[in-house]
Design a protein around this ligand. Structure first.
Ligand SMILES: [Ca+2]
Ligand SMILES: [Ca+2]
Length: 100
């Protein structure tokens, strides 16, 4: 592959797909709530996670609200978090969210 000197040039779409495929356990191209739960619990290494909290996280990630997470959902999430955490112009938004 020819990617000399531009290793950082991964498009948002690619990042979205990569993030999605991390959660997509059965490889059907979408992440359903079950996969999301399983993967999140797996990554939390035994830390207790409320199913209710997972539901909230899932619906937050499901940007287009069709009940499953697709690459485009992850892409949209990434764009949102980039827009918020880009250092520089501080908005009058207060410091982050509440802890927990
Ligand atoms: Ca899947
Ligand atoms: Ca979706």
């Amino acid at each position: 592959m020819a990617n000399k000197g531009n290793q950082d040039r991964i498009s948002d779409g690619d990042k979205g797909r990569m993030a999605m495929s991390m959660y997509d356990m059965n490889g059907d191209g979408v992440v359903d709530k079950d996969e999301f739960r399983q993967k999140t619990k797996e990554m939390s290494k035994g830390a207790p996670i409320d199913d209710a909290m997972l539901d909230i996280a899932f619906s937050m990630n499901d940007v287009n609200k069709n009940g499953v997470l697709e690459a485009s959902d992850f892409e949209a999430m990434m764009k949102m978090s980039q827009a918020g955490g880009r250092g520089g112009k501080a908005d009058s938004r207060g410091p982050g969210g509440p802890p927990g």
